[in-house]
Write a protein that binds this ligand. Structure first.
Ligand code: BMA
Length: 321
């Protein structure tokens, strides 16, 4: 395995940004923070957060054969904010994550539902991205950045999420559920660092976890506040395969930071925000889809093996704070 520096781990696609608001059938403001999955047909599906020109966000599907070009955008959103049966989505639906769970043979979509009470975690399931079952608000406000793990632990589903407490920092938590509806056994698993660290004060899960033989590879975002504003960067952690409450390793440095012009400038400047990935047929090639500056969708490529090898060399043990 070549000894890669963190700057070489993820390569931005030369066609970035790969999807912009121009691709949509009506005039929309921005498209960003998409969940991703590869369908059995081989197509890549992105469930994009699309902000309309009213300021409200909806979840909208775009499909591509090669995951890079010729995105086919649905005529209407898959999940549209403001549905009368789901008052918790009155204002917005945002930042989905998709996990296929073989035990229930469905895709489990976790997303932010946003109404006047604040942003919360909602769950919907689907087997075909045409019909959806809405399980409602799983965790109350303020909470975001949630994804389930694809299998059960001692008969319980596990979900990673990020509550915002009145006291202390927004840290990353895990909760368990027998049925994806009722959640409990809540506990923090990764704490925001403090002081000058790149992930000081606020962290959150980025895309769903990647299962590896060494553990669950977690990409998480760290938000550094400076006098110029906030900087959303990406780092790595590894959770125990059998007990994902245990953090085994955590990277010292970020692996991706806003650098390209489309990441540095946009509706919210200085943001790289991945919510989804697909893997190549070899199980190693990683296609990481990320929102750039809350404005467009971009793609970075990497290798799961290389990320893991780098993490082993460049981490501090456990949940280093
Ligand atoms: C977070 C989320 C993301 C967004 C980011 C930067 O709190 O709302 O959707 O990309 O802020 O604005």
């Amino acid at each position: 395995m070549p000894d890669l520096s963190e700057r070489q781990l993820l390569q931005r696609h030369p066609d970035n940004p790969i999807l912009t608001s121009d691709a949509f059938p009506m005039s929309v403001n921005t498209v960003f923070n998409a969940a991703a999955t590869k369908l059995p047909s081989g197509e890549t599906l992105l469930l994009c957060r699309v902000e309309s020109r009213s300021g409200r966000s909806h979840l909208w599907i775009a499909r591509s054969d090669d995951g890079v070009t010729n995105w086919r955008v649905d005529p209407t959103p898959a999940i549209e904010a403001g549905h009368p049966d789901r008052p918790e989505e009155e204002w917005c639906v945002e930042d989905a994550r998709i996990v296929f769970a073989p035990e229930c043979d469905k895709y489990v979509i976790t997303y932010t539902s946003f109404d006047r009470t604040g942003p919360a975690v909602s769950i919907a399931t689907t087997s075909d991205f045409q019909d959806y079952e809405f399980l409602g608000r799983a965790l109350p406000p303020e909470n975001k950045d949630a994804a389930i793990l694809p299998r059960k632990f001692d008969g319980q589903w596990a979900m990673i999420h990020r509550p915002v407490p009145r006291q202390g920092n927004p840290n990353i938590w895990i909760s368990f559920s027998p049925d994806l509806v009722h959640w409990g056994q809540h506990q923090p698993i990764l704490f925001a660092r403090t002081g000058p660290w790149w992930d000081a004060n606020k962290i959150g899960l980025s895309p769903p976890l990647i299962e590896t033989t060494d553990g669950w590879l977690m990409m998480y975002h760290g938000v550094k506040k400076t006098v110029a504003g906030e900087m959303y960067r990406l780092g790595l952690a590894l959770l125990d395969l059998d007990d994902p409450r245990k953090c085994l390793l955590r990277s010292k440095q970020w692996i991706m930071s806003p650098e390209a012009p489309y990441e540095r400038t946009g509706d919210v400047s200085d943001v790289v925000f991945p919510c989804g990935y697909t893997l190549d047929d070899d199980g190693d090639g990683l296609n990481l889809y990320y929102g750039a500056a809350d404005d467009t969708m971009a793609l970075a490529r990497g290798s799961v093996k290389e990320l893991l090898a780098w993490l082993h060399e460049n981490s501090l043990p456990g949940d280093h704070v």
